[in-house]
Write a protein that binds this ligand. Sequence first.
Ligand SMILES: Nc1ncnc2c1ncn2[C@@H]1O[C@H](COP(=O)(O)OP(=O)(O)O)[C@@H](O)[C@H]1O
Ligand SMILES: O=C(O)C1=C[C@@H](OP(=O)(O)O)[C@@H](O)[C@H](O)C1
Length: 293
Amino acid sequence: MSAKASQCMQFSVSIASERTLRRKECSLQFPRRCREERFPILVSSYLQPKKDLAYHSSVALKLSCYPQNNEASVLESGTYPATFDEAVILKNKSEEIETYLQGRCIYLVGMMGSGKTTVGKILSENLGYSFSDSDSLIELSVGGTTVTDIFKFHGESFFRDNETEVLKKLSSMQRLVVSTGGGAVIRPINWRHMQKGISVWLDVPLEALARRLTSVGTESRPLLHNESGDAYAKTLKRLCTLWEDRSEAYTKASVRVSLENIAAKLGYNDVCNITPTAIAIEALVQIEYLLKK
Ligand SMILES: Nc1ncnc2c1ncn2[C@@H]1O[C@H](COP(=O)(O)OP(=O)(O)O)[C@@H](O)[C@H]1O
Ligand SMILES: O=C(O)C1=C[C@@H](OP(=O)(O)O)[C@@H](O)[C@H](O)C1
């Protein structure tokens, strides 16, 4: 998010107690005032909660709000802000799920820009897992060459072979959250490796992805380079083409995290207002359904 796009607001709100949050079983609830005024909930919170969380606590929140329809609905890299409510729910849910996971790795799959890296880091921190980015490991295995240069100088199939090799190595490990590349799903062999753990598909509408990727630039994503037209239109067009080839493959994931479903639960009309923490919580909820079946 650019500083220009960010409007910061300081105000006090009442947050629901921890007990209330637990009872609601992660149906994400946000302060009424935020919901009613449709404040996007990309939040950096400066919280001074009272020690006793059993009852309503008054906290000061500093909200970074996105103006509607602003293209900068993208997080500053490295910042993963959450409301206090979200942070509490996420921590509780992580502790609950961690036992059921029994050390199994979590593989995040989804289209480019769907938030695999962003959400993956949040999940790993909360689960006490390590985080791995398969693209970074591929780059390392090719002597530090960037993904863009691997595509340019060695071609896509060389990249895919390395991707498979990296996933194979990771599949023998435990307690990892792995952010895979958007195209990892197209090779059946990669599924054999990922099936040793739990795969989570981050299903984000293509228009939202195109907005995000246009905003951050497509330099590091070589498969988005070769269409003509304005940046948003060409990114969307390319994503649509890739989607045709891949959409079925994503459905092989153990669980699906649909941003449209989260937006419906939260009463948002734009998936861009959903924080990565809210997405991480939904991922854990879906993993819980799977493991408790
Ligand atoms: N929920 C979100 N809301 C807004 N921006 C996001 C969200 N999740 C990720 N982003 C931003 O979108 C871009 C792509 O996210 P990233 O996690 O790198 O995706 P992936 O690893 O799937 O390619 C980054 O700039 C990131 O900050
Ligand atoms: O969709 C794809 O085929 C790709 C996605 C990229 O990863 P992200 O999904 O992390 O952008 C990267 O692996 C490479 O550029 C190819």
